[in-house]
Design a protein around this ligand. Structure first.
Ligand SMILES: [Zn+2]
Length: 133
């Protein structure tokens, strides 16, 4: 049996539909059990992946080192075992360090902003992990 095929099932009765679900004219075949043409395509898995997607960026002028860099995305908090949303931006040209952390319900856990020169790193300022403070 193929794992790829088994991720497609009828949205109505959840019968696995292993064969290609389009017929020759490009229309969906009805489910062999209930006749529904609605399908599930493992959407729960796709949503989970998107939720924990991250974005890192750098902004630079041509020929110069980046003047701003940041990280936006999910970070796993080991102490609580929860996923936190992290926004971390460093503006080198403005000497500014900013970090905001919210939990999955949107509650602000950490919202700090201070001069970059005052920022004492925790071993990995640029990495995706939240410092254990
Ligand atoms: Zn069905």
């Amino acid at each position: 049996m193929s794992d790829n095929m088994s991720s497609i099932s009828c949205a109505n009765c959840h019968t696995p539909i292993p064969e290609p679900h389009l017929n020759e004219s490009g229309e969906k075949k009805p489910c062999s059990s209930c006749g529904s043409t609605l399908r599930n395509y493992g959407q729960e898995l796709a949503a989970e992946v998107m939720m924990h997607a991250t974005l890192a960026f750098k902004a630079r002028s041509p020929g110069r080192r980046p003047f701003a860099l940041g990280f936006v995305g999910a970070s796993f908090h080991r102490l609580t075992g929860a996923w936190h949303q992290v926004e971390r931006v460093v503006f080198r040209d403005k000497n500014l360090y900013r970090e905001k952390v919210t939990d999955e319900s949107g509650r602000v856990i950490r919202d700090v902003q201070h001069p970059l020169t005052d920022h004492k790193g925790h071993g990995d300022d640029r990495g995706p992990r939240t410092p254990d403070t």
